[in-house]
Ligand binder design. Structure first.
Ligand SMILES: Cc1cc2nc3c(=O)[nH]c(=O)nc-3n(C[C@H](O)[C@H](O)[C@H](O)COP(=O)(O)O)c2cc1C
Length: 420
């Protein structure tokens, strides 16, 4: 009994961890079960998720925006084709913002509109414009649920990759007993957490390096760069959530390592090289997201340099090329490089892919307004021999999950024998 309770606690804790920091767009449509959405918002917020509620046309007849706003901490959106709302976070931005869209409750009418690809209210338009995973929790009277029209709409949505949570059987608001009750909020929160656990890297040993390196000049000064480590940390978390056993080798950054990731902190390029080569021998996949210094001071002064002369010339020497060394190992892991370029991004990225014998390269333009170093958002293009895919500007966490999905696809395409 006690073991079961412990297991349940552990599962709840794991679900809360998966939901922490996730951006959830919760659609609420015209069903009596809308009152349960308030509790769902509360649970998701308690797990550390950000929740943006969007009410459908019918939804606002069942629950007030004020309740959902108070619980979510964000103004509820429901107006469609409204210039003021569009000027804030318009329907496209809402769609991009979300890591996942959950419609709970999902009315029969809304499911029909979704299946038809309509965009006749804000929620339907957001669903249509979103690239993020979409889930629905149907809630309706038993008769409505059993209608062939409803079942066909659901089958069509499921075939398009929409996750369907529930419904459950039991007593209904109309007094009937049967299938059609919305799943309880706690179960929906667990279902949602499960969406972030794709399993595409189950059992794969992933090594990620992240952050800048510091190359000392004297005991108090160093040369470094603007890397915040956010992209690498987000990739480590996304790979862990995808089922991988992750080791993170990190330069000095102001971030806490993700849960259940083994983290080793280093400072210099030389230290990073040693840690990465040590771990690469047992890694299946290496994601080189660190901004390792290309050059370091040739001499490191034993004492603090004095400002005695008007000019100081530093002589620099190359640091080891960690990525090239890993790719050149006798049995290298599947190797993913990053290219941060200010100009000619595709040209330099493809050249680096070929020269270093990488499996895949993630290129981003830095120095402009499109994210990159120090930013929360990033836009990248991924190149591999014979292919390319672009990702528009989005939060690094979300981008990391999409990149991990693509990396996993390429990894499994190269290693079919290792798939079960
Ligand atoms: C009191 C009442 C309860 C309703 N409950 C449900 C319900 O649980 N599920 C459902 O699919 N429709 C239900 N409906 C019908 C929907 O509210 C109606 O189809 C509405 O247009 C749906 O709007 P939406 O597409 O914006 O969700 C109910 C209607 C009323 C008047």
């Amino acid at each position: 009994m006690k073991d079961e309770a412990n297991e349940a606690d552990e599962a709840n804790e794991a679900n809360r961890e998966r939901l922490r920091g996730k951006r959830i767009l919760l659609g609420v449509t015209g069903s009596i079960a809308a009152y349960k959405s308030a509790e769902l918002v509360r649970l998701l917020r308690a797990a550390g998720a950000e929740v943006q509620v969007v009410l459908s046309r019918g939804g606002s007849a069942f629950i007030t925006p004020l309740t959902l706003q108070a619980l979510s901490g964000r103004p509820v959106r429901h107006q469609h084709l409204d210039p003021d709302s569009e000027a804030a976070m318009g329907h496209i931005e809402l769609a991009r913002w979300a890591d996942v869209v959950l419609v709970a409750p999902a009315s029969a009418d809304f499911l029909a509109r979704l299946a038809q690809g309509r965009a006749d209210d804000l929620l339907a338009a957001v669903c249509l414009a979103s690239e993020s995973p979409l889930a629905v929790a149907p809630a309706m009277n038993r008769q409505m649920w059993e209608q062939p029209a409803t079942r066909e709409n659901l089958a069509c949505l499921a075939a398009r990759g929409v996750s369907v949570f529930g419904p459950e059987s039991g007593e209904q608001a109309c007094g009937e007993v049967g299938e059609g009750r919305m799943r309880e909020p706690a179960m929906l929160a667990a279902d949602l957490a499960g969406l972030f656990e794709s399993g595409v890297l189950q059992g794969v040993r992933v090594l990620v390096n992240a952050g800048p390196t510091r190359e000392p000049l004297d005991p108090v000064r160093f040369l470094s760069n603007r890397s915040s480590g956010r992209m690498g940390y987000a990739l480590a978390r996304a790979a862990q959530e995808a089922g991988a056993a992750v080791t993170l080798v990190s330069g000095p950054v102001a971030l806490s390592p993700p849960e259940r990731v083994v983290c080793q902190r280093v400072e210099t390029a030389e230290e990073m090289r040693a840690a990465v080569l040590d771990a690469a021998g047992v890694a299946d996949l290496f994601i080189a997201a660190a901004a390792v210094a290309d050059y370091r001071p040739r001499q490191v002064a034993g004492d603090k340099l004095k400002k005695s002369s008007p000019r100081l010339t530093l002589e620099l020497e190359r640091t080891p090329d960690i990525l090239a060394e890993v790719a050149a190992l006798a049995a290298p892991p599947f190797t993913v490089g990053f290219a941060a370029e200010t100009t000619n991004v595709e040209h330099y990225a493809r050249a680096k892919l070929a020269a270093k014998g990488l499996d895949l390269i993630v290129a981003n333009q830095v120095g402009g307004t499109q994210g990159g170093f120090e930013a929360q958002d990033n836009a990248v293009t991924v190149y591999w021999p014979g292919g390319a895919k672009s990702f528009p500007l989005m939060a690094k966490d979300k981008l990391a999950r999409l990149l991990v999905t693509l990396i996993a696809e390429r990894y499994h395409a190269k290693n079919p024998a290792q798939d079960s």
